[in-house]
Design a protein around this ligand. Structure first.
Ligand code: Q9C
Ligand code: ZN
Length: 341
């Protein structure tokens, strides 16, 4: 399987993450992608190619233009305000308040942020743009007939919604790729999200649509980020009713239980008979992940890849989360090797 990778991800190197009331070094850091790349190389998975550059058009097909304009200038506006730290939201349009976009940067940040752990740093926008190029180059390879492609995206994307960033995500790479496939001939595209966290952004973008099926396996929002979306009763709206499937699971969930949810989701994908499958590939369901609570082992990721491969649908794997930097490479490559087996 071919891997698409851009060194530009290194431009996303924030100093701070708000965690437990402290500012800590971010869990989502450059060494994650470096480790994945090293294991891809060492394992002989296949060729590693750089992305081609795409315009903003495929981005604006899933994100609001005012949100994109905000991301482009947020860092500069924060500098202009004279702040010394990174961009962190501190106020929100909470219940019964207005949802207008204010003029001053503090207000704009609160309007477009869905969470406060994600600091916007210098270089974040450039890295996010390169990450979407990595996803789109992978999607294009599928259109050219490849059976499986790995887009080693960083920063990740599945928490980024129509007009919100957070959960370490800015542009929704998987959604951008899926929409690109739709716009280039595919009638139906399925997105399977196996990251530990609910893919609230992807769900948001496709919630009212019947041409993109979204299935997500994740920590129960009662207990896990993003807390305010990802319940099993969220099944889609309007035309999209029945085209959104959530599989929330409790703390300590072992592979035996997780794989039943995966089998059910894969059966739904099969019934939908999409031309392409996009997998939001987070490996934070791993037992040693520092911020998650499922109990998958490294061999379980091999089985996961085999189960996905058995569907026999051309598949784009888009990198999402996974924060045990020592094992993130092995776990990702296990999924990809399982798929190829
Ligand atoms: N106490 C992705 O995996 N905060 N994002 C968790 C835990 C945010 C994860 C707080 C986690 C975001 C792409
Ligand atoms: Zn995650």
């Amino acid at each position: 399987m071919r891997t698409i990778y851009s060194e530009q991800h290194r431009l996303r190197d924030a100093r701070t993450e708000l965690y437990g009331g402290e500012l800590v070094q971010p869990f989502e850091k450059p060494s994650r992608a470096e480790t994945v790349l090293r294991v891809v190389r060492e394992s002989g998975l296949g060729e590693i190619s750089p992305p081609e550059a795409f315009s903003l058009e495929p981005v604006l097909a899933v994100h609001d233009a005012d949100y994109i304009a905000f991301l482009e200038t947020a860092w500069q506006e924060w500098q202009d305000a004279g702040y010394a730290g990174e961009v962190i939201a501190s106020v929100w349009p909470a219940r019964r308040m207005q949802s207008r976009v204010p003029r001053f940067i503090d207000g704009k940040v609160g309007y477009y942020a869905m969470a406060a752990e994600t600091s916007i740093s210098e270089g974040t926008w450039a890295a996010a743009l390169a990450s979407k190029d990595v996803a789109l180059t992978g999607a294009k390879a599928l259109l050219d007939g490849e059976r499986g492609v790995f887009s080693l995206c960083r920063p990740p994307g599945h928490h980024a919604a129509l007009d919100m960033y957070g959960g370490y995500c800015f542009l929704n790479n998987a959604a951008i790729a899926a929409q690109y496939l739709r716009d280039h001939g595919a009638e139906r595209v399925a997105i399977l999200d196996i990251d530990f966290h609910h893919g609230n952004g992807t769900q948001d973008i496709f919630y009212a649509r019947d041409d993109v099926l979204f299935c997500s396996l994740h920590g129960d929002p009662e207990d896990a980020f993003p807390h305010f979306l990802g319940y099993a009763d969220e099944t889609g709206s309007g035309l999209g009713t029945g085209y959104n499937r959530n599989y929330p699971m409790p703390p300590g969930t072992p592979f035996a239980q997780w794989r039943e949810a995966l089998a059910d989701a894969l059966a739904r994908v099969g019934e939908f008979s999409p031309q392409y499958l996009v997998v939001s590939l987070g490996v934070d369901a791993f037992e040693n992940d520092p911020i998650s609570f499922f109990k998958l082992t490294s061999p379980d990721f091999l089985t996961t890849g085999q189960m996905i491969g058995a569907l026999d649908i051309p598949t784009l794997f888009v990198m999402e989360g996974g924060y045990d930097v020592d094992e993130v490479g092995v776990n990702v490559v296990n999924v990809l090797k399982g798929f190829d087996a």
